[in-house]
Design a protein around this ligand. Structure first.
Ligand code: AP5
Length: 216
């Protein structure tokens, strides 16, 4: 099963994709994570992406569509995928259709996480991750059981994203409203969109997503 998780910054796409990976063995394809890895590695893609990401603006369509196609080629055709943060523009939506069709795949569901933007600023500015294993935490909503120690790997090396400040978050939300939200009708016409209340607890959101996937 191939699905898209759609929603503004901080809606919980990464959180829910991680839960689906653990529970169902699906693979999360996050263009944000891939771009951050490219920035860290100092690749050509990373060099192109860094300033745009730091400003909260979108990276060019051909760059992200290229990396998505490459990643899909590394997976088996029966491996279910969660697209997290892709597509984000009408051009990317067209590219995704082509990328999937070329590989004999199709989209089963588009899940839109419906959220309150002001609450998202709180979510994002409080977010941090373990620099060693990538486990996600939040100053208020998900603290490590023992202060400053990762629950999963025991590391004390925590990191915050450079684009997780209020000003950049507001730009990312403006980009979402202007360029990403308008692609929803493409999928609504196909009857594959489900809207889920993303303001519930992580468990509630997760259960709502699982109920959608159980329809297949
Ligand atoms: P990307 O990495 O995709 O960032 P984003 O879309 O802004 O989304 P986030 O990762 O910030 O949020 P999320 O929805 O995953 O929320 P999370 O689960 O972490 O993109 C970054 C940048 O890369 C873009 O700005 C752009 O420059 C570039 N880029 C990426 N893809 C691109 C593309 N396709 N085209 C062009 N450019 C692209 O949750 C947030 C916090 O809330 C966490 O702390 C979490 O613990 C907490 N939380 C989650 N769910 C809940 C809940 N239900 N209740 C309480 N807290 C919760």
């Amino acid at each position: 099963m191939d699905i898209i998780l759609l929603g503004p910054p901080g809606a919980g796409k990464g959180t829910q994709a991680g839960l689906l990976e653990n529970k169902f063995g699906m693979v999360q394809l996050s263009t944000g994570d891939m771009l951050r890895a490219a920035v860290k590695a100092g690749t050509e893609v990373g060099l192109k992406a860094k300033a745009l990401m730091d400003a909260g603006e979108l990276v060019p369509d051909e760059v992200v569509s290229g990396i998505i196609g490459d990643k899909l080629d590394e997976l088996g055709s029966d491996q279910g995928v969660i697209f997290d943060g892709y597509p984000r523009t009408a051009t990317q939506a067209v590219s995704l259709d082509e990328i999937l069709a070329e590989r004999g795949r199709k989209l089963d569901h588009v899940i839109e996480l419906v959220v309150d933007e002001d609450a998202l600023v709180v979510r994002i500015t409080g977010r941090f991750t373990c620099g060693n294993c990538g486990e996600g935490y939040h100053d208020t909503f998900k603290q490590p059981a023992k202060a400053d120690v990762c629950d999963v790997c025991g590391s004390s090396d925590f990191k915050r994203r450079p684009d997780d400040n209020e000003e950049t978050v507001r730009t990312r939300m403006t980009e979402y409203r202007a360029k990403t939200q308008p692609i929803l009708p493409i999928y609504e016409e196909r009857g594959i969109v489900t809207k889920i209340d993303g303001m519930g607890s992580m468990d509630d959101v997760s259960q709502a997503i699982e109920a959608v996937l159980a329809q297949n």
